[in-house]
Design a protein around this ligand. Structure first.
Ligand SMILES: Nc1ncnc2c1ncn2[C@@H]1O[C@H](COP(=O)(O)OP(=O)(O)OP(=O)(O)O)[C@@H](O)[C@H]1O
Ligand SMILES: [Mg+2]
Length: 439
């Protein structure tokens, strides 16, 4: 996994930020609305006080009578912290002495006071004022309460966002696991035909499935092409070899021509071998798995060593209980390639072939004391046509197909091949599932 930011982390952070921002925005909105409501409520109280005085002072009252009413009203509202005064033509008739007349009508802020001017009968004007302090305190308490609520909501959002976002991306994780489990040899068939129940993820799954099916078709086509090409070469090569062998038997051929014939026969034989190996590499898995006979690996090794004439240099350690199920011809090719490599790349010294049986697996281990593998090429040596620069420079002959074949044959038998660590030389180990008669 890369060390970069995770999608879940980013979703969680985005959700947390969204939760905090929306909480703050809702707190600001709530306190704004609450402030306006409180101001409107206060204004209504002031207006009511003015209207009450207006009812008590009809137009027919003289200024002196009206002033008396205003003074009484001031005495009544004073305990509530209000001030009230009555004016006529810009002149105070009665009430609180600190209030000035004003030309504006309606309510407004006036320093530490909220003040309303209301016109009443007889062209008179009532001025009422209430302190803004309590209003501000009430609004601040409201703002603090809503900010606290917002913070609680924000923290809850932050605490929950990790879990929520992890739940949200769970289908993506399943998709990732399915992609990781795709078998490269058989991509389309290994893609699970399941629906996740989420439209977007299912669309993505369908798209990946479609792409893998197209990949399947392209792989099959290129495999068929390689197999067909190798197959087409097989017949003319066989005919050519027969012709050359026939010509070699002709009496009276000059020695130079005979030597050339011999070289040509060797080249054709090597070409024929190459074609056979390509056919194995290009064959579909099913074809390689077609034969499922019980094979004793120690017999395969003994036959291989005898055929290669390799017995003098090779030391063996063979467990007779090592049986696998598979194709004896392919397994023989596997051992041939391992032993040939050891003899070829380590021209001197002993080569060891070990066949061992575990309860579930058998291993074939071929070790030599030659130059060994470079650490950087341990994986690459199993790729078709890969040859190390030393092998090329040293003039060792080969096509770079032996270990690719070993890898392919091991995989077709449900096993694997790898390069093992040894203090000196090279060691290739093939592990295959063990077969037992009772199984
Ligand atoms: N026993 C070994 N010791 C050191 N290097 C090896 C050994 N076996 C394989 N290699 C390296 O791995 C490469 C690939 O091996 P592989 O058997 O596929 O090809 P090859 O032997 O060169 O050619 P071919 O097998 O087609 O005749 C070789 O070219 C060589 O560089
Ligand atoms: Mg080889």
């Amino acid at each position: 996994m890369s060390g970069g930011a995770t999608f879940v982390g980013r979703v969680a952070r985005a959700m947390a930020a969204a939760a905090v921002l929306s909480a703050i925005a809702s707190a600001a909105l709530t306190s704004g609305i609450a402030w306006r409501a409180a101001v409107r409520d206060g204004d209504r109280r002031l207006d009511q006080a003015a209207q009450t005085l207006g009812v008590e002072v009809p137009a027919k009252l003289t200024d002196a009578e009206a002033a008396a009413h205003a003074d009484d009203e001031q005495l009544e509202v004073a305990p509530a912290g209000l001030r009230i005064a009555l004016f006529a033509g810009g002149r105070r008739l009665g009430g609180d002495a600190s209030l000035d007349p004003s030309h504006a009508r309606g309510c407004r802020d006036d320093r530490a006071w909220r003040r309303c001017s209301v016109g009443i009968a007889g062209g008179r004007v009532v001025e009422v004022a209430g302190p803004r302090g309590p209003l501000r305190a009430q609004a601040s308490a409201l703002a603090a309460a809503s900010l606290l609520a917002a913070l609680v909501a924000g923290f809850a959002g932050v605490a929950l966002s990790g879990r929520v976002s992890s739940r949200i991306v769970r289908p993506l994780r399943r998709l990732r696991d399915d992609v990781a489990a795709v078998d490269v040899a058989n991509p389309g068939a290994s893609w699970p035909a399941v629906n996740d129940g989420h439209a977007e993820i299912d669309a993505l799954r369908d798209a990946v499935g479609g792409m893998l099916s197209r990949l399947d078709a392209a792989l099959a086509q290129s495999q068929r092409f390689a197999a067909d090409a190798a197959h087409e070469l097989r017949t003319p090569l066989g005919a050519l070899r027969a012709e050359l062998e026939l010509a070699a038997e002709e009496p009276g051929t000059p020695p130079e021509l005979r030597a050339a014939q011999h070289r040509a026969t060797e080249q054709v034989r090597s070409l024929g071998l190459l074609v056979e190996r390509l056919l194995i590499l290009a064959a579909p898995d099913d074809a390689l798995r077609a034969s499922r006979e019980a094979v004793a690996l120690c017999e395969v090794v003994e036959e291989s060593l005898a055929a290669l004439g390799a017995t003098p240099r090779v030391r063996t350690d063979l467990d007779e209980a090592a049986h696998v199920r598979g194709d004896a011809v392919l397994l023989r090719a596997l051992v041939d390639n391992l032993v040939t490599n050891a003899l070829k790349f380590a021209p001197d010294g002993e080569v060891t072939v070990r066949v061992a049986a575990d309860p579930d697996a058998v291993t074939v281990r071929v070790e030599d004391h030659g130059p060994g593998f470079d650490a950087s090429e341990r994986e690459r040596v199993f790729e078709a046509f890969y040859r190390s620069p030393q092998a090329r420079a040293g003039g060792v002959r080969g096509h770079g197909l032996g270990l690719a074949l070993v890898h392919r044959i091991a995989a077709a038998h449900g096993g694997r091949a790898c390069v093992a660590d040894v203090p000196r030389g090279a060691c290739v180990v093939v592990t295959l599932p063990r077969w037992r008669p009772s199984a």
